[in-house]
Design a protein around this ligand. Structure first.
Ligand code: MD3
Ligand code: FE
Length: 206
């Protein structure tokens, strides 16, 4: 496996999933989206919608609405439990996370051609000892990351279809986001756009 350490605890694995593994994972995620339809998250307080739509699989899902950000066991619109995490998602965690407990949540972010995600930290998880593992499908996303305080210098890399990213240790709390997509860079999604999965541990192990 090709693994590039971009910062302590931040590892980029370009081409982690080959084309057939991407197609198979996409089938799994389409089934997740049928069971748990995409929802539009909103900013706490203001209610401003995100440009990215989301769903989840696994025991817990990340949601955001006017009341705040949180993990919960039920879909915010249907009230149904989240569908199970596909086997391939679990395998990627076991392969990449280096953490001896299974992921509890897999957030699925769906980007249309003009969607982006502003710089933020992921700190809604009580278990910050576990890494976050990200898998990218579809058009290339320009991923920006900085340090653990806002306003420092940042770097940017291209996340292509099939790439994995592991964010752990000193990089677990770095500021990061997606500036934009690069249209026409993948044929995986016929309609264009990008899907990103983030595999997360929420609670410290019992
Ligand atoms: C660095 N997603 O869902 S994935 C997110 O491509 C999120 O949809 C982006 O940021 C996306 O919160 C970026 C890469 C990523 C994911 C989680 C991280 C980077 C991270 C958690 C901590 C530090
Ligand atoms: Fe994030």
């Amino acid at each position: 496996m090709n693994a590039l350490a971009l910062a302590p605890g931040l590892v980029h694995c370009p081409g982690y999933l080959d084309r057939s593994a991407q197609e198979s994972l996409l089938d799994d995620i389409r089934a997740v989206m049928r069971a748990a339809p995409l929802f539009t998250p909103r900013m706490p307080r203001t209610g401003k919608p995100f440009s990215v739509r989301m769903t989840n699989c696994g025991d817990l899902g990340w949601v955001s609405d006017v009341a705040g950000y949180r993990y919960q066991a039920a879909h915010p619109d249907t009230g149904a439990p989240w569908p199970a995490m596909p086997e391939a998602v679990r395998r990627a965690w076991d392969d990449l996370a280096g953490y001896p407990h299974p992921p509890e949540a897999c957030l699925v972010n769906v980007y249309g051609p003009d969607a982006c995600m502003g710089l933020h930290q992921d700190r809604d998880e009580a278990d910050l000892a576990a890494p976050v593992v990200s898998l990218s499908l579809g058009d290339t996303g320009l991923f920006r990351f900085g340090g653990t305080t806002r306003g420092g210098r940042t770097r940017s890399i291209r996340l292509q279809s099939g790439d994995a990213l592991v964010l752990g240790g000193p990089s677990r709390l770095v500021f990061h986001g997606i500036d934009r997509l690069v249209a026409g860079t993948s044929t995986l999604l016929p309609e264009g756009g990008r899907i990103n999965l983030t595999l997360r541990r929420v609670h410290p192990p019992a």
